[in-house]
Every structure is written in C-alpha cells, then in structure tokens.
Design a protein around this ligand. Structure first.
Ligand SMILES: O=C(O)CCC(=O)C(=O)O
Length: 268
C-alpha cells in the first residue's frame, strides 16, 4: 500500500528591506503576508529573509531591535492562527538581556511558537560580531510532525551544522538570508551542496534591494534532495512559490544510502 506523504505548498517572501526603518518593514511584511495567503494555492509554510525588521543598521541596532521579539511574535502568532499556516519568521534583530541577537521564530498552524534559533556564526565581513551576540544551540523543529532544521545566512558555509541537523532527522532546511553581491555563485553552490550531501530539501529566502553600497540579489531557492531547483527567484521583490513532497527524502536516501555508508570513526 502506498504511504501518504506530507506535501506542502511553500511561499518565500523575497522582500526589499528599508535599513533602519522598522515601521516600513513591518508594513511591507504584513502586505506580503496578505498577498501570500490570497493566492489560489494557499501556502502551508511561509518563510521570510534575514533581519527583515531593521536590515543591517548595526550602529543603531540597540535602539531599533524588537525587545524580546514581542512585536514580531504577536504578529506571527496572530497571522498563523488566523490563516492556519506555518511560519518560519525569517530573522529579526531581537533585544534580550544579554544583548541583541539575530533570531528567527517558527509558528505552527494554531499560532503557537514551536521553535526559535539565534544565528550562531556571526559574519565578520559585515561586522556582525561587533554588535550582535551569537546563539548557542542548533535550530531543530518539527512541522506537521516532519523533522526540520533552520539556520541563518552565513551558517550555510558550515557543513557540519547541516549534517548535525540531518543526523538528528531533519528532512528540510529553512534558510533566511541577506546574502549580497558579488557572491551569487557561492550562494547557489552552497545551498545545492547542502541539499545534495544531506539528501534534504533546502528552502532559502534572500532579500533584494540596495542598502548603502551593498546590493542584494534575491535568488531565493527551493531545492529538492536530489539537487534539482524546484523554484528560484530573480532580483526583484516577489513571492516565490513551490510545492514539496516530503516522500522524496526517503526515496533519495534509499537510492544512494549515504547515511548508512558513512564511516564517522575515520573522520569525526
Ligand atoms: O557568507 C556570505 O558570503 C554572506 C553571509 C552574510 O551576508 C550574512 O551572514 O549575513
């Protein structure tokens, strides 16, 4: 007998972000969320980009960030409950007692927060480590009972992190980002490698637009466990949609059984 697989429709909100202007960014996000659920194919999971509330306004990040994520959490909880949709809420600048973190939250269809994750690898090229605190645990979660993982932007350069999530059972990885020019080749190659080597779906949402001299190219991607690109954005503000059939994961993993063939005692 054929087993029923979980099939999800995804919507990636590839938005422009106004640096240092949370009000504009919350308004933009709410408008794109409404647009995402108004479509004929209602999404099951919605993903946003990295640091969408403030952008990289690092010099003013203490004053601009969301205190304990309260404003963001209230918005995401109410929206996910109202529309019965799961949300992987990109990431925001979140102010806590220990400082400001680059944090993402996940919500189930009932509006419950089911996970959070703070970026663990801070990106020196953008001075993140001078202004932000790093998280101290990996981003594991379950969506509709399916094990999943989440990480943020620069984190994808650390294959050990994705492998840890995959060994923990993750079948799909969510990656919000603010990944700029001129490293489109790195972005696409690393995302595809993480999908192929871990035989999992990789779903990424990058921002578009220009902040100062930095240009963000979009190209949000949905990649299947065989490395096929199911959807990819261009450089404009848009919602990217794709359908994923989670049955592909066990199919690919049994075809080339890398998890059975590992010899960790030789390289761990
Ligand atoms: O690793 C890169 O090239 C980009 C990373 C980045 O922009 C970030 O983590 O914010």
């Amino acid at each position: 007998m054929q087993m029923a697989h979980t099939v999800w429709n995804l919507a990636l909100l590839q938005m422009d972000i106004a640096i240092g202007e949370p009000e504009r960014n919350y308004a933009k996000l709410e408008q794109m969320l409404e647009q995402a659920v108004a479509h004929a194919t209602k999404p099951d999971v919605i993903l946003f980009p990295e640091m969408w509330n403030t952008g990289y306004a690092l010099e003013r990040i203490h004053e601009l960030s969301d205190v304990n994520g309260e404003r963001t959490k209230a918005l995401l909880s109410a929206f996910s409950r109202k529309h019965g949709v799961m949300i992987i809420g990109g990431s925001i600048a979140e102010k806590k007692a220990g400082g400001v973190y680059n944090t993402m939250y996940a919500y189930d269809r009932e509006g419950r927060q089911i996970a959070d994750y703070s970026k663990i690898h801070l990106f020196r090229l953008m001075d993140e480590e001078k202004f932000l605190q790093s998280g101290d645990r990996v981003g594991q979660l379950e969506l509709d009972g399916v094990p999943a993982g989440m990480m943020i932007c620069y984190d994808i350069r650390f294959p050990e992190l994705t492998r840890k999530l995959a060994l923990g059972g993750a079948q799909i990885l969510f990656v919000p980002a603010e990944w700029p020019n001129p490293r489109l080749h790195h972005w696409r190659t690393l995302l595809m490698a993480r999908a192929i080597e871990n035989q999992m779906f990789v779903v990424s949402c990058n921002r578009v637009g220009i902040s100062g001299t930095t240009e963000f190219f979009g190209h949000s991607m949905v990649i299947d466990p065989w490395g096929e690109v199911l959807a990819e954005g261009d450089g404009t503000e848009q919602i990217i949609r794709a359908q994923v059939d989670m049955g592909t994961v066990p199919e690919v993993r049994s075809r080339i059984p890398i998890f059975e063939d590992r010899r960790p005692h030789l390289y761990e």
